[in-house]
Each structure stands twice: as C-alpha cells, then as structure tokens.
Design a protein around this ligand. Structure first.
Ligand SMILES: [Zn+2]
Length: 543
C-alpha cells in the first residue's frame, strides 16, 4: 500500500447504521438460507466433485492463460505443488433486490490439499470485510460443505475468521473440495481499510478487494494469521493460489481484474454478460468495476498495460500509463520478468491514500485524477505508480507477513521506487530530490521530533499510524540504502534477484532477505540489519 503521500480527507459519511444488518436479514429470508451458526444443519445444495491427484497436474488451459507465453514453462516449474484452486461464480447486483447497498453474491468451490506439516481439524478463511465493524457484517457465508457433506463452521475475530470444521482430520497431502455460498455488501464511501472494498459514489466505482472468503495467510514460522485485520497497514495477507472466476453483470459494465479475461458469453440471460477470468498463480484476486471507465493501453515486452480512468480524466490517466510503462520495463529487467500478460491501473477513491497493490492490478488514489496533479519531473504520481509496480515483485511474487513485518515489502518497494527507479529513468539529481522530499526530510523531521521506533514491529502494535508509516516507508528504505552502500550494487541487486527467484509464489521471512544479502556479498550484515530494523539509534544510524 502507499498511504503517506496525500493528507487524509477526513471521515466521510458512512452508510446509515442498521442498513447492512437489515439487508442481511432480508437476504437470508429471500434466499431461504439458514443464519450463520445453523449452517451445519443445512442441506448441501451443490454437488462437489472431489478431484483426485495433484492439482497442478491439471493441464487445463485456464491455468496458464494469464501467463506470458514465453514464461509458461518456467512458471509451471516454479509453482508450488498443490496450490489451492478457487473456482468462483459471482454476480454484481447494483440495485440488489435485497436493498440499496451494492451487493455481490457468489459461490466458491475451493479445491484444497493439506500442504502443511500436520493433519488439519479445520481450515480458517478470512472474511476481511467484516473486520472494521463489530456490529454489522459486510460479508456472510452459508451452505458450507466439505466433499458434498454438511459441516459446522465458527466465526470469530469480529466475524473476520470463518473456521470450516472437518468431520474428520484432513491428513497431510489429502485433498478436499469445500463449497460455500457468500454475499458481500459494499460499504459506500467507506474509510475502512483505506477504501479498498466498497462503492465510491464520486465515480460510481466498485472496488472489490477481499470480496470473497479467502484462506487465511500462512506465515512459515507463525502459522495461520488470524489477527484482526490491520488498521494501519495492509488488511489482506494471503497465499498463492489459482483462480478461475466467472462474473455476471449487467451489460455495459467495464471490469478490470487480476489475471486475464478468458471468455465472454451471454449465457447469464437477457441484458446480462458472463465473463470468465483466469489468474495463474497469484496470492489474491481483485476486481474493479465501473460503468463509464475509459482506458489507455500500451504493450511492454508483450505485457498489456491498461490505465483506466473516468471520463475527462485522461490527462492523469495517460500519465499513469506512461509511468507504469517506464517502471514495468525497468523492473522487469532489473528483478525478474513480470510473469503475467496484463497489468491494470485503476482510479479508486482511497480516502486520501495514494495507492494499493494487488496481483496484476493496482489501485491509484482517485484524488490524483480529480485534482490539479503536478506532472512536472520528478513528481509524486510517478513515484506512487513506480511504488505499486515494484509491489508486483515484493508482495505479489514474493510474499511476506505484512502484519508482522510490513517493512520488508514496503521498505524495499519504497527504496526501489524513490531512489533506484528515479536514478535510472531521470538521473541522480532527480532521484536525490525525490529521496529528500519523501524519505530523508521526513526521517530527520520525525527523528528530531517524536523520536525513533523499531522498524520490525507488527503494523498495529505501533503507538500510532504515523509511527507505522515512519517505520515502513521512511526509516526502512534508508536501512536498505545503507545495505546497498555497504555491499555495492552488484551484490545488492544480485541478492534481490536471488530472493525473488527463490521465494516466488511463497512467503519469505525477514531472515531470508538478510540471508540473500549476506550470501551475495559474503559479508556478515546482522549488526547493520539490527541497527536499522531492530533498534532505535536515532540519527546515529545515518553515520
Ligand atoms: Zn506499498
């Protein structure tokens, strides 16, 4: 994510309390579905088809449809075995029969192999949309079955954790098919989670992050992440999976998603469009929908880059495209080939935040498009686009626990986009200007003011959101700069390439990145690492 550039615009009016709860009640009555907690007794309405054998041996063409043709062989080889497969079918209901709130209803069929090292009594899903509001659920689930049989479920952590309880333990290596119905009710102009999930009334845009039940992210050392969705940082932490998604909408809607559109039919009925999308191996599947989006498109090394914008906002839309081309071209060469055939950049009202990253899809703060954004070189819009593009490698390809160690993806991303991108594209002087404005000056101002913080701190354990931003976006990049200066460019960028190569589609830990720097340089970097990321040395760290 990228929160710090623009000032928060303050609380906007939320949808009236009670509406969502009413909607849920009506929805359940309409659908004839049992309320949560009684699901275990509901009949299985969807026949599951238990698959056999390894999921990844699935040779169906959709699995690699989103991958650049020349990279399909290497991606298939690098993909972990037995990735979860999400097959989803969902409908956008702008004027849902259930009420005024824009609604998305759908069915999830998940094929899951126990790739942990112990039998599982249950599988935890995250309903992140429920995190912000303890009273009202924005997401409900019903009719949960495992291999076609009814099972019990439990809800916890503000209803943001849904545990699907197995009738018998799932042994290591065994496969189950989990089916469930879900409905997601979009908050209107929500400030929660920086507006990543909701309906933006200014532009009529549906921003659909965490719109479906997703398996909880799993940290290699800490296990399932079941904490309350982060308030300061990224709400979503999830693991790589394969997605085959069919979306029904009324005609005339533009849809941009993770992955690639795989087929379009009118099978959904009169006035409706059915579109199928395939993702390849990604750690999330995000959608943005709007009725009047326009798009500027370019090709970069065979990758289609789409910069979407609302009517009349082509000045910024075209600039976003230009910056995305520059940064994608550069990092595709510097780090590792971007494996996907498409990258979408979308204006979303993020309530003052600058941008947010999802696989193959980037949210850009709507304020950039509606304001008198400065496009002179160097500028903040360019920096934000580059930041979100770099996340396609650090977050997208290589995951890390964004709750526990946000500085890994945010720190590396901010350093590469502020310093390395600008020095390559615009030269050292422009890079220095961007670094001074966005990183060095804020660092010195805060060190001299509020004081230092330990960078490697869980996002919601900082004393304030500002401390989190300082740690992840300001101090951490300077720590990575210190490592670059210590070991030199060859070892620094070689380490990043090795790290991406070794941990693509996985979740890495901070020690893995440190080990990559040490292996490429042959130096012991523990004390330098600690000085920046685990200690508070104030200005002394700069010496
Ligand atoms: Zn970020």
């Amino acid at each position: 994510m990228f929160a710090p550039i623009m000032p928060k615009t303050g609380q906007r009016s939320l949808s009236p309390a009670g509406i969502i709860l009413t909607v849920i009640a009506i929805a359940l009555a309409t659908l004839g579905q049992p309320v949560l907690g009684q699901q275990g007794h509901s009949p299985a309405t969807h026949s599951a088809t238990p698959a056999t054998g390894a999921v990844n041996s699935n040779a169906e063409d959709w699995v690699m449809a989103a991958i650049r043709p020349e990279l399909q062989e290497s991606v298939r080889a690098a993909m972990p075995a037995n990735l979860p497969v999400y097959e989803m079918s969902a409908t956008l209901e702008p004027q849902a029969e259930t009420g005024d709130v824009p609604t998305l209803t759908g069915h999830l069929k998940l094929t899951y192999v126990n790739t942990t090292d112990a039998p599982l009594d249950s599988l935890p899903f995250r309903l992140y949309a429920n995190g912000p509001d303890d009273e009202n659920d924005a997401q409900i689930v019903s009719d949960v079955t495992v291999d076609g049989g009814a099972v019990d479920v439990t809800l916890s952590v503000s209803d943001s954790v849904l545990d699907v309880l197995f009738n018998q333990p799932l042994d290591v290596g065994d496969l189950v098919v989990i089916d469930m119905e879900f409905a997601s009710f979009l908050p209107i102009d929500s400030v929660d989670h920086y507006g990543i999930f909701g309906y933006g009334s200014t532009s009529g845009t549906w921003a659909l992050a965490h719109w479906y039940p997703v398996i909880a992210g799993r940290d290699p050392s800490g296990g399932w992440m079941l904490e309350h969705p982060s308030r300061n940082g990224d709400a979503i932490f999830s693991d790589t999976a394969l997605y085959d998604v069919t979306i029904h909408s009324e005609q005339g809607w533009e849809l941009a998603t993770t992955g690639i559109e795989f087929g379009e039919t009118d099978a959904a009925g009169p006035g409706m469009v059915e579109r199928r999308f395939a993702s390849g191996p990604v750690r999330d599947f995000t959608i943005v929908a709007d009725q009047d989006f326009e798009v500027a498109t370019a090709d970069v090394n065979g990758i289609t880059v789409n910069s979407w914008f609302n009517p009349g906002q082509d000045r910024v839309g075209e600039a976003v495209l230009e910056y995305a081309i520059q940064s994608l071209e550069f990092f595709d060469d510097l780090l590792a080939p971007y494996p996907f055939r498409e990258l979408d950049l979308m204006p979303v009202d993020m309530q003052g935040a600058a941008g947010s990253e999802f696989p193959g899809l980037i949210y850009m703060g709507l304020d950039y498009y509606t304001g008198n954004t400065d496009l002179a070189t160097p500028n903040s819009l360019d920096f934000t686009v580059a930041h979100e593009v770099v996340h396609q490698w650090f977050y997208g390809l290589v995951g890390n626990n964004q709750y526990a160690d946000a500085f890994i993806d945010e720190g590396i991303t901010n350093y590469l986009s502020a310093q390395v991108y600008f020095e390559e594209v615009y030269g050292d002087d422009e890079a220095e200007r961007i670094m001074n404005v966005h990183i060095r000056s804020p660092f010195e101002r805060i060190i001299d003011g509020d004081g230092d913080v330990v960078v490697d701190t869980p996002t919601d354990e900082f004393d304030s959101g500002r401390d989190y931003v300082f740690a992840a976006y300001t101090k951490a990049p300077l720590g990575f700069e210190a490592i670059r200066l210590e070991i030199g460019d060859d070892a620094f960028f070689g380490a990043l390439r090795d790290y991406v190569d070794e941990f693509s589609f996985l979740v890495a830990e901070p020690a893995d990145l440190l080990a990559a720097f040490e292996a490429s340089s042959g130096q012991d970097l523990q004390s330098l690492w600690d000085e920046w990321f685990n200690e508070t040395n104030g200005r002394d760290a700069l010496d």
